[in-house]
Design a protein around this ligand. Structure first.
Ligand code: ASP
Length: 345
């Protein structure tokens, strides 16, 4: 009150321009991204491959950072970063998505706005180049939260989104992974009831590469988004955690923003993203402690592998995983990007 009165007394010269010019500059903003978690070891990666991954992560984090630095929204930053990863064949989202058992691609994505808990998600879409954009459209331009399969694509067409061939997402590396996965699944388990054991025995590269982002903008708003092709050799319209709000994606200004990657069935059953933010909201935990508890103390003992990126309204970040590595990057206001792949960076 006294400040306001003194402002009025001091006059516009001292109050308005200085106060308004300085506020946004001091407001914290930050962004983090991931490109999947799993058995990523330096010994199994060539220097060229490592450079390619680091380069793409840097490009994506900087694209999101630029949006925030110029006063853009956390939602725009999340989408800008994810679009770059979806368009890259290196990651399991958009181009480069894993194959289903039947040799197609079925993509899942979701986004959440921390201001109001609005959310949008699409599951099992086959002809959408950038599923995160469609998830955002569901959030902003429909009365629904999650649309699946043909219905999601009908909605996309009604909003003028171009359809692309499913083969657009093909890559040779993912095709080879499918062949190896099918060999293993068909040899070891002919019956559906054993399918789960066979899927769980597949090495992590068979699903790795999901992408996600969390961001805090200068207005203090959080957002989170996740996009994936799911798991290699998935069948029967299997949907993972990425499009499930509360499992793979969550954002609420009152607590935190989370994007997850890992064995989706576990992330759904343990409601991972929402659980982390609940610990922040109700137990006053830091994002680092909350993420550590859920990923390492709860998921790991039951066999759930993967990781999360978490961000709160003050710009505190946690990039936590219980696997050997997680493709990841972060950048906070005024600092350089930090890129990591392996446990030791
Ligand atoms: N969570 C994704 C899924 O289960 C896969 C991943 O993140 O690696 O569909």
């Amino acid at each position: 009150m006294w400040q306001r009165i003194s402002c009025l007394i001091a006059g516009l010269v001292f109050c308005s321009p200085l106060v308004w010019a300085e506020q946004p500059e001091s407001a914290p903003f930050a962004i983090a991204i991931h490109g999947g978690a799993g058995t990523i070891e330096k010994s199994s990666m060539t220097p060229e491959k490592e450079r390619a991954y680091r380069g793409k992560l840097e490009e994506a984090i900087n694209a999101g950072y630029r949006v925030l630095a110029t006063g853009g929204s956390s939602l725009d930053a999340v989408v800008a970063a994810i679009n770059i990863l979806e368009d890259s064949p290196l990651f399991n989202a958009g181009k480069g998505a894993v194959y289903t058992y039947d040799g197609t691609h079925e993509l899942d994505a979701s986004i959440m706005d921390g201001r109001n808990r609005q959310a949008g998600a699409v599951a099992g879409v086959k002809h959408i180049a950038n599923p995160i954009d469609l998830a955002r459209m569901v959030m902003e331009d429909s009365p629904f939260v999650m649309l699946a399969g043909q219905g999601a694509e009908d909605f996309a067409k009604s909003r003028g989104v171009p359809m692309v061939d499913n083969q657009t997402f093909d890559t040779e590396q993912r095709r080879q992974q499918l062949e190896r996965a099918k060999e293993k699944l068909d040899k070891e388990n002919k019956q559906d009831k054993d399918y789960r054991a066979a899927v769980e025995s597949l090495p992590e590269p068979f699903r790795m590469g999901t992408v996600g982002a969390v961001a805090l903008d200068k207005q203090g708003n959080l957002a989170a988004g996740t996009s994936t092709g799911g798991m290699t050799a998935k069948r029967y319209g299997r949907i993972g955690d990425a499009p499930v709000i509360g499992a793979g994606t969550f954002a609420d200004n009152e607590s935190c923003a989370v994007s997850a990657t890992g064995h989706g069935e576990y992330f759904i059953r343990y409601n991972v993203a929402a659980d982390i933010c609940a610990r922040v909201a109700y137990q006053n935990k830091s994002v680092a402690d909350a993420a550590d508890e859920v990923i390492n103390d709860i998921l790991l003992p039951v066999g759930g592998t993967g990781g999360v990126i978490v961000l709160d309204g003050k710009g505190n970040l946690a990039l936590t995983f219980n696997t050997k590595g997680m493709y990841r990057a972060s950048r906070v206001a005024g600092q350089k990007p930090v890129i990591g792949i392996f446990a030791e960076h």
